[in-house]
Design a protein around this ligand. Structure first.
Ligand code: DP6
Length: 360
């Protein structure tokens, strides 16, 4: 069992108090994770672009204590955020077996996002990966001989236990999570770097996130994943995801963007089709999501551009395009698409290389 590798019996060094800090980005899946089993294990392999500008910064301060139980407080942008604490409590309970020091410290978790909290962009991937990295930073101080490879794998493993997609945020530019027969080293337990050649057409790929709906999601991802358990199309969906990841391998190698578009848009619509056909069914797209999709299709037809879209579990649209088309696509977004965004707002992002330690 791979998880046994991450259980520690004793540490060589003592820690009493201090602070560690990491910045970790969000990611956008090209082949989607939707459906899980066991303890946060994915029903199919997924692959994502790591983003650059949408990120979470976390400072974890710690002080040795003598009392029992977990002891922590969470602050968002300097203000206590008690609504985050049940999720962190659950995370601590899940990872305690791998981080036996958790109950020995009083923690202060100070976090801030580069994107507005109300933007409807999920902060769980960036937030959980940043926290997992902070905890691994502590572990490394108590056990300085751990390798970089172990550090990053265990951090991804822990991030996954906080939120599945978070395990794909630590490195970049392309991360696979979930066992796939054609991708050696791929694992259900942590994210790994995509190991094959990637054509220069995909270098610095752009992702402009159109903020269609900034409210709280009506249905959480966790509930959506659960609805895949008895879903009538579950088996076909997991097979489709596996096949789509196989098809992306030659696409990345040859730089075939028109094939890339077919796979990525089909994945986005299949994800939402799963939501619409589960029991209970639900729709996370909004009328403006569809307006944007139709405008993208029309623009592609008349301009010959390689712009395309993907969606996560919400109404916002991720507009994906090669760096070489930045100028024309941003013009198109300004002229045609921004009117469908709440207050005309969108976030310009692009593919990035993952998390970084913030040194004091
Ligand atoms: C649609 O990772 O948010 O964005 O594991 O329950 O925290 P939990 O779910 P989460 O699900 C993300 C789903 C998705 C697709 C993807 O990112 O692959």
């Amino acid at each position: 069992m791979p998880e046994h590798r991450f259980i520690v019996c004793n540490y060589s060094h003592n820690l009493t108090s201090g602070a560690v800090s990491w910045q970790s980005p969000s990611n956008i899946a090209l082949v989607k994770y939707w459906g899980k089993y066991g303890e946060q294990l994915p029903m199919n392999a997924s692959i994502s672009f790591t983003l650059k500008n949408c990120n979470t910064k976390t400072v974890l301060s710690f002080k040795k204590k003598n009392t029992a139980g977990f002891d922590f407080e969470v602050f968002l942008d300097g203000k206590r955020e008690e609504s985050f604490e049940p999720k962190i409590q659950k995370f601590f309970e899940r990872v305690e077996v791998y981080l036996p020091f958790l109950k020995e410290f009083k923690f202060k978790i100070e976090t801030s996002n580069s994107f507005p909290h109300s933007s409807g962009i999920a902060s769980s991937a960036s937030g959980m990966s940043a926290l997992a990295l902070c905890l691994m930073d502590m572990e490394q101080q108590m056990q300085p001989n751990i390798t970089n490879e172990y550090f990053i794998e265990k951090a991804s493993f822990l991030a996954r236990l906080g939120s599945g997609s978070a395990c794909r945020s630590l490195e970049g530019p392309l991360i696979v999570w979930g066992e796939h027969p054609e991708i050696e080293g791929s694992s259900n337990y942590f994210g790994t770097k995509y190991p094959f050649a990637v054509h220069k057409n995909f270098e610095n790929y752009q992702d402009t996130i159109l903020l269609v709906d900034k409210g709280e999601k009506q249905v959480s991802s966790t509930l959506g994943h659960d609805l895949m358990v008895d879903h009538p199309f579950a088996e076909q969906r997991f097979r489709q995801a596996k096949d789509n990841l196989s098809k992306l391998i030659p696409v990345f190698k040859n730089g075939d963007i028109s094939e890339f578009i077919k796979i990525v848009e089909s994945e986005a619509l299949s994800l939402h089709a799963m939501m619409m056909t589960s029991i209970p069914y639900f729709i996370l797209m909004k009328p403006n999501t569809l307006e944007i999709i139709n405008h993208i299709w029309k623009f592609r037809e008349i301009s010959g551009s390689n712009v395309c879209f993907t969606l996560d579990a919400g109404a916002n649209v991720h507009v994906l395009y090669p760096e070489s088309e930045k100028e024309i696509v941003l013009q198109f977004i300004n002229n045609k698409l921004s009117q469908f965004c709440k207050n005309g707002e969108y976030i310009e992002d692009e593919v990035g290389l993952g998390a970084e330690a913030i040194l004091n």
